[in-house]
Design a protein around this ligand. Structure first.
Ligand SMILES: Nc1ncnc2c1ncn2[C@@H]1O[C@H](COP(=O)(O)OP(=O)(O)OP(=O)(O)O)[C@@H](O)[C@H]1O
Length: 354
């Protein structure tokens, strides 16, 4: 299936635009899906004015998709980016307000923290894929990037637009792959560093929870920074999360830090719902050889020791890395990793957590 969609994209990349580039290189294709042999996607024009002249391009895109083997029908819709809303006057990077008052958004049924002790274990990758898998199950999902110093979710979810605040008070979340999302990365330029102390980090989290129009959500996933710092403290003390899932690799050094994260959640009385092992095995796609690059079974043993469920085990996988870099989480496709995320999502839904 992924191959068919890749071929469709390849064909679309031949559709040249009068002012240069193609619909792919100009990033105009949205929400591409394949069901049975039917391909559907949206062509997004930069403005309503341009969309009015794009019917021939839309028809050409349909023909291009239909020319791909395995595609039996194609439906392409035209849309246009809304005229630019006023730039947010909302100032980010304030100190937190309101003492210990709740900052939990009222329409959100469940808040799940996605945490890790150590950095780089794949927490944001798991959060973005889990969000997509839950949305594919029909859940109303939000994804909040709590990693304020190193926001990576905009890139992983393929969102490049800036967040807007039509009234200067409340930010509108951006939407990608059926998930509403908010990140400091949507408010500052990508290569600008956030050089903030603890109180400003806590203030930013407060703003992203209580000054964002999250609407009605079944679940809001909060991708926490690694470790046990101010953001974790604020979330647990003021937003009453339903629980936390802790991501770790099977490596000893990562497990050691995961134990500290679990200890922190216990201290803050936030239930730890289970552990997720990431980068558990590498299956060589060429020769079938299996290598336990970061060790094997460590997270399962740790979960058993702590009496916590092992919610899932995800392999080291090239498509996972590529999907993260390209802004198309691997859980959008089909294949063993996408199925593993679907099982993880299902488990959380069945358990009433998402
Ligand atoms: N299962 C996997 N297979 C292959 N690559 C992976 C996997 N999980 C994560 N990665 C890659 O590892 C890198 C780190 O992942 P990610 O940013 O999700 O980690 P993180 O724990 O959120 O890091 P930090 O919190 O320190 O920013 C990314 O390049 C990501 O694509």
């Amino acid at each position: 299936m992924t191959e068919i969609l890749d071929n469709v994209r390849r064909e679309l990349d031949r559709l040249e635009l009068p002012d240069g580039g193609t619909v792919i290189s100009r990033d105009m294709v949205r929400a591409m899906r394949l069901e049975g042999g039917e391909v559907r996607f949206v062509l997004e024009a930069p403005s309503p004015e341009m969309a009015r002249h794009m019917e021939p391009l839309r028809a050409a895109a349909e023909r291009a998709a239909l020319s791909v083997e395995g595609v039996t029908s194609a439906q392409v819709a035209l849309t246009a980016q809304a005229p630019e809303a006023p730039a947010p006057t909302l100032k980010v990077g304030r100190h937190p307000e309101g003492g210990s008052a709740s900052i939990r958004p009222s329409g959100v049924r469940s808040i799940l923290a996605v945490a890790s002790g150590k950095g780089g274990v794949g927490k944001s990758t798991v959060a973005s894929n889990l969000a997509v898998a839950l949305a594919r199950e029909g859940r109303r999902v939000g994804l909040l990037d709590g990693d304020i110093h190193g926001p990576s979710l905009p890139r992983m979810m393929g969102v490049t637009e800036r967040a807007q605040s039509p009234d200067g008070k409340i930010l509108t979340p951006l939407e990608a792959h059926g998930v509403k999302m908010m990140s400091i990365g949507l408010m500052i330029e990508e290569d600008r560093a956030v050089v903030w102390r603890g109180p400003m980090l806590m203030g930013a989290l407060q703003q992203m929870l209580s000054q964002v129009d999250w609407g009605e959500l079944d679940v809001l996933l909060v991708d926490l920074p690694p470790g046990t710092g101010d953001v974790q403290l604020t979330l647990c003390q003021r937003a009453a999360p339903t629980g936390a899932v802790v991501v770790s690799t099977p490596q000893d050094v990562a497990l050691l830090d995961a134990r500290k994260a679990i200890d922190m959640f216990n201290t803050l009385k936030t239930p730890v719902l289970g552990l997720i092992e990431n980068m558990s095995m590498f299956h060589c796609p060429q020769c079938g050889y299996e290598a336990a690059i970061f060790g094997h079974g460590g997270v399962a043993q740790e979960a058993e020791r702590l009496g916590l469920p092992l919610l899932g085990a995800l392999p080291i996988d090239l498509d996972t890395r590529l999907g993260g870099d390209e802004g198309r989480p691997v859980a959008l496709g089909d294949g063993p990793v996408s199925e593993a995320y679907a099982r993880l999502a299902d488990r959380l839904v069945q358990g009433g957590m998402a």
